[in-house]
Design a protein around this ligand. Structure first.
Ligand code: NCD
Length: 302
């Protein structure tokens, strides 16, 4: 159970709250694995997804999670909605509230947009990624995959490699992993490493090898070209060569280390294709965890 009406970020959740969602997520994942897809926890409830940015996995997974729990789901096509006529987020939220929606799932390019919506509406708001701020359900699904693979998050060493500056996934992972007792190492070209994350408990690494040395988890992050101003690095080819994770870099990790990535992946840039499709890759498992964890989040807010 979560105390809050909304899930806006992991910054504001306690370790106990995170662990309770993971415990429920693990149960649901086991049930899904056995082929059970119909539950009635959200029967009679309505859920609307509102994505102001593109998405494949996250949107589909929220949609399926709500349907598996028995809810009515509407996917609002922002590109074909009154947003294009200039309607504000607050007015859109009030409209959806008046239609008695119980949950609003919001992805938005502006950091803080879900908080604004949550203050405005009666419905539970779930942040599906707000700008460069947080992506709490992505981090929760990452934790479910790590927990299943290693038994516990406590004591793990997690190396997060890539475009840290523009990544909401990195921030939600950092906030949650520190609460759960993991060591978090961050590596990026210095032009893509924001100031201050060391004060949040991260170890900032200057080389790929330093980040990956003895790590249990190596997580690649997409270069967020859509959020970047030009010039953070010379070219994608040079990024791959000097900053990407490849088989040689992975040799520094523990023998049983796993490779993760929130996807979509720029193949051959942040991770080599051989790593993405290789035995150490848990990228598909992350997507499976996403469905289970989002079902668990709906239940925790109910
Ligand atoms: C992430 C996102 O949107 O922040 N993707 C996702 O939700 N699976 C990461 C990304 O887009 O690179």
């Amino acid at each position: 159970m979560l105390k809050q009406k909304d899930l806006l970020g992991l910054y504001e959740l306690s370790a106990e709250e995170i662990l309770s969602v993971l415990a429920e997520g693990a149960k649901l994942k086991a049930a899904l694995r056995k082929g059970k897809k119909q539950f009635s926890d959200l029967a009679g409830k309505s859920v609307v997804t509102l994505f102001y940015e593109n998405s494949t996995r996250t949107r589909c997974s929220f949609d399926l999670a709500a349907k598996n729990l028995g809810a009515n789901v509407v996917n609002l096509g922002v590109a074909t909605s009154s947003v294009q006529k200039g309607e504000t987020l607050i007015d859109t939220g009030k409209t959806l509230d008046a239609q008695q929606n119980d949950y609003m799932i919001l992805r938005h390019p502006v950091a803080g947009a879900p908080r604004l919506l949550a203050k405005t509406v009666k419905a539970h708001v779930i942040n599906a990624g707000d700008g460069m701020n947080e992506h709490p359900t992505q981090a929760l699904l990452d934790f479910l995959t790590m927990q299943e693979r290693f038994g516990s998050i406590k004591g793990l060493t997690v190396a997060i490699m890539g475009d840290i500056s523009h990544s909401r996934v990195a921030k939600s992972n950092l906030y949650g992993l520190k609460k759960l007792g993991a060591e978090v190492r961050l590596f990026a070209p210095s032009t893509l490493m924001p100031f201050g994350l060391d004060r949040m408990g991260a170890k900032i690494c200057r080389t790929r090898e330093e980040a990956v040395e003895g790590a249990d988890v190596v997580m690649g992050l997409r270069i967020q070209l859509e959020r970047q101003h030009a010039g953070a690095f010379p070219s994608l080819g040079e990024y791959a060569k000097y900053y990407g994770v490849n088989e040689t870099v992975m040799k520094y990790a523990k023998k049983d280390a796993i490779v993760m990535h929130p996807a979509p992946v720029n193949r051959g840039v942040e991770l080599t294709t051989a790593l993405i499709d290789g035995e150490q890759s848990y990228i598909e498992d992350q997507i499976f965890s996403g469905l289970a964890v989002r079902m668990a989040v709906f239940k925790a807010l109910a």
